[in-house]
Design a binder for this molecule. Structure first.
Ligand code: GDP
Length: 453
């Protein structure tokens, strides 16, 4: 049987523009609707069901008109989460929210986020945040956290907000997007809606949820269709040691069904790990943790999209970013081949900091990684294929000057990547001999260190 799954949403934006606060508020406003099941507990994600969105939007979102069951927000905000968590080649997120502080405007990471969204062709909306900081803004306490109310605002304050919004709209135009304030847009298809919000007071948050649901419903319906009984597919968010459970995986399931006892393959560069799910765990609500002391409860099965903790043996070599697939009645060997050949999926993410490594084959990639590890050089991400614009964009998010580098082993550097690297000051090393590649990088580090002295 096929159905419509919950769209996965990720928050991006410049540091301090309010990603974390917005996520907290979304959780909070859903929780504020004090009904059982108001908010569904997940691992690494928060689900806001459609009836809550319908309620907080003052029935603007009519429940029976929408097929999308709700929205699943990934709890880790930022570019790094967005780019490193892949589904099949694309990003894990179906939709994104770009946070822009209206009192600060576009900043370097705002531009970066848009570049990334453009690269991944991810539909997005803009949350124009911190409207409560606009001089003279009056928060209507009665309305909060309900819909955005302009009615309390004087003409001058409204104009001030509109000007700030138009500045954002203008910047989006420069980047090649049609855009307008969300309530003036007829469709969100080729337009980026800008929603004024205050993550602090909660104003506009329901509007934001409403626009997201509308976007998901209208334009993603086909992409959100899934086989409810199909073999589960997900991405590993985190590998965690849990008391009494050993090594566990926090997984976002983006397709199909996952059951306790299922055999799964978890991607690794050489050969995926094969293991069997011992338990699927959901977090317990706070009161229950207080009463019973147990943080999780077991579930027999889970359907996409969802965040779930997976307990299984032999997880030693599994890392964040790896794909996880239920084998089902498929042939294990061909599934292994399929996972191996999905080069985009074979992302070895090792650390938050470090350089980016690219290579032509899985074998050479592993050889380069081993040599780099022997030389104590940390690797942020390693994968197969040409050096692309996407790699440069990621390297450009790195603050440490000595790590703003890409080591490319015997692969092409795409012209637009080279151009962007020059513009952003990202160093690309390219060679077909591993030790020379590493030596070149080390010499560059030494030179830069000398210069700093
Ligand atoms: P992030 O780095 O994008 O996750 O930003 P945070 O959510 O951590 O927010 C950075 C700072 O801005 C924090 O001190 C927040 O309390 C504050 N902040 C976030 N949203 C708002 C808002 O809507 N209004 C006001 N006045 N402050 C906000």
């Amino acid at each position: 049987m096929s159905g419509i799954r919950t769209p996965i949403v990720c928050l991006l934006g410049h540091v301090d523009h309010g990603k974390t606060t917005t996520l907290d508020k979304i959780r909070g406003s859903a929780v504020a609707e004090r009904e059982a099941g108001a908010i569904t507990q997940h691992i690494g994600a928060t689900e806001v069901p459609l009836d809550i969105i319908s309620k907080v939007s003052g029935d603007l979102v009519k429940k029976d008109k929408f097929k999308v069951p709700g929205l699943l927000f990934i709890d880790t905000p930022g570019h790094h989460a967005f780019t490193s968590l892949r589904s099949r080649g694309g990003s894990l997120a179906d939709i994104a929210v770009l946070l822009v502080d209206v009192t600060d405007g576009f900043q370097p990471q705002t531009h970066e986020a848009i570049d990334i969204l453009q690269d991944f062709q991810t539909p997005f909306i803009v949350a124009a945040n911190k409207i409560d900081k606009i001089p003279g803004w009056k928060t209507n306490k009665k309305d909060v956290p309900f819909r955005l109310s302009y009615k309390n605002q004087e003409k001058r304050v409204k104009e001030d907000l509109d000007n700030r919004i138009y500045e954002i709209v203008g910047k989006l135009h420069d980047k090649g997007f049609n855009s307008d304030r969300y309530d003036r847009l007829k469709n969100f298809k080729d337009n980026v809606g800008v929603v004024p919000v205050s993550a602090k007071t909660g104003e506009g948050i329901p509007d934001l949820l409403m626009v997201l649901i509308g976007l998901a419903q209208r334009y993603l319906e086909t992409e959100l269709e899934f086989e409810e009984e199909g073999p589960g597919e997900g991405t590993v968010l985190e590998v965690k040691e849990e008391k009494g459970l050993g090594k566990t995986l926090d997984v976002i399931l983006y397709d199909g069904l996952m059951k306790t006892g299922d055999s799964v393959l978890i991607g690794r560069a050489d050969e995926p790990v094969e293991t069997k799910i011992r338990a699927l765990l959901k977090p317990n609500p706070m009161e229950e943790i207080r009463e019973s002391g147990s943080e999780f409860s077991k579930v027999d099965e889970v359907r996409a999209a969802a965040g779930i903790k997976v307990a299984a043996p032999d997880l030693g070599s599994v890392r964040a970013g790896f794909p996880i697939r239920v084998i089902g009645d498929r042939d294990t060997d061909s599934l292994k081949e399929e996972m191996k050949s999905q080069v985009e999926d074979v992302v070895i993410r090792t650390e938050e900091s470090g350089i980016i490594v690219k290579a032509d084959t899985i074998g050479s990639l592993e050889a380069v990684i081993k040599d780099l590890e022997d030389s104590d050089i940390s690797i942020r991400r390693a994968d197969i294929g040409s050096v692309s614009r996407r790699d440069i964009i990621e390297a450009n998010t790195i603050q440490e000057p000595l790590e703003r580098a890409i080591l490319a082993f015997d692969v092409d550097i795409l012209p637009e990547a080279r151009k962007k690297a020059e513009k952003e000051g990202i160093q690309i090393f390219n060679d077909d001999v591993i030790y020379r590649l590493i030596e070149d990088y080390q010499e560059w580090i030494d030179r830069r260190k000398k210069l700093q002295k």
